[in-house]
Design a binder for this molecule. Structure first.
Ligand SMILES: [Zn+2]
Length: 350
């Protein structure tokens, strides 16, 4: 069963100045995803994030198991990042992903249409959607948006967990509500309209609640949170309230369930010794509340601490087994692993 994923941070090791480098096309035993392990697990592709850490915070990577989200989050500043710096680093990120594609003999493909995703799956290649986690690389007048689109950008998370020219992200306090900070700026509202026009998917994970409702009012596309969980089960500001879940369902959108133990566990602890049942209950909750058509996977691989029973991408078959055990039948699993993502993308991309 091919599995399409809403979020990973695997690219960071290629363009973030001091991130620890490792190969992607060869198998290693570090990090969560590389091409050989992905293939073995049935991971057929997903959103590959380009994130710009604050330049003061690009220190050596924290050891695995100590992170909140992104491997160096605890040391990472939530301070705003300058446009010029973000723009430069994101361009490097795009260069890295395109270079990876050309080194891979078509085994790793940057995809821009649903048709390209389907044909990559048929040919056993990995699909990568270029995603910006935080719109800092885009100038507030949006002059660079079209250029990034032409280079392959197809998805934007308006904010990471900090403020930018477009809106405000939530922090990682626990317990906490996503209702912190003001709504979208005028530039942010313009960004939503421009993405609707171009056919770029907007990701609401990390956005604060007032910003969420601004997008809900303005956007004509289904609402998507690529890597978030259920606030009623784990009261992190990164998780979605029942009201937000209902709005996502009503828009025909979806939630990609994040594997981060901090967003799964009732106590918000970053403990990898977290049973798969804790992960399954977030899937169950959303299926029961808004329906299985609005449910997907948003692993956050290479950006967070995941349950040790998952371990890395090769643990995905164990998740599928746990979902079967949790009452999801084969038809539901096909939707969760791939078809819901393809529906959203065909409705959103031009
Ligand atoms: Zn994230």
């Amino acid at each position: 069963m091919p599995i399409f994923d809403g979020h990973n941070d695997s690219l960071e090791m290629m363009y973030v100045p001091e991130a620890k480098r490792r190969p992607f096309l060869e198998e290693t035993d570090s990090g969560h995803i590389d091409l050989p392990r992905a293939k073995r697990a049935g991971f057929c592709g997903g959103f590959f994030s380009i994130f710009v850490p604050h330049p003061d915070q690009n220190g050596p990577q924290a050891p695995p198991g100590t992170s909140q989200e992104h491997s160096t989050t605890q040391k990472r500043s939530l301070k705003p990042v300058d446009f010029a710096y973000a723009h430069r680093l994101a361009k490097k990120g795009i260069e890295s992903i395109l270079a990876l594609e050309s080194e891979s003999s078509r085994e790793f493909r940057v995809v821009r249409t649903v048709k390209e995703i389907r044909s990559a799956i048929e040919q056993g290649s990995l699909s990568a959607v270029i995603h910006f986690e935080g719109a800092e690389p885009i100038d507030p007048l949006l002059e660079s948006l079209q250029r990034f689109y032409d280079e392959g950008l197809r998805s934007i998370g308006i904010v990471w967990s900090r403020e930018n020219a477009f809106g405000h992200g939530v922090n990682f306090e626990f317990p906490g509500s996503p209702d912190m900070g003001p709504g979208m700026t005028d530039a942010g509202k313009e960004l939503v309209r421009a993405c609707n026009r171009l056919g770029i998917m907007l990701d609401l994970s990390h956005l604060n609640e007032k910003g969420f409702w601004d997008v809900e009012k303005i956007s004509g596309a289904p609402l998507v949170a690529t890597h978030s969980c259920v606030h009623a089960l784990c009261p992190s500001p990164r998780n979605l309230t029942n009201k937000q879940l209902d709005a996502i369902g009503a828009s025909g959108g979806l939630v990609g369930i994040n594997f981060a133990v901090k967003f799964l566990r009732k106590d918000g602890e970053g403990n990898p010794d977290t049973p798969l049942s804790d992960l399954v209950q977030h899937f169950r909750y959303i299926a029961d509340r808004i329906g299985v058509d609005h449910l997907a996977i948003g692993s956050d691989f290479d950006g967070t601490t995941v349950p040790s029973e998952i371990g890395d991408v090769t643990g995905l078959p164990r998740l599928l087994a746990a979902l079967r055990g949790g009452g999801f039948d084969e038809e539901a699993l096909k939707k969760i692993t791939l078809e819901n993502w393809l529906r959203i993308l065909s409705l959103t991309w031009k």
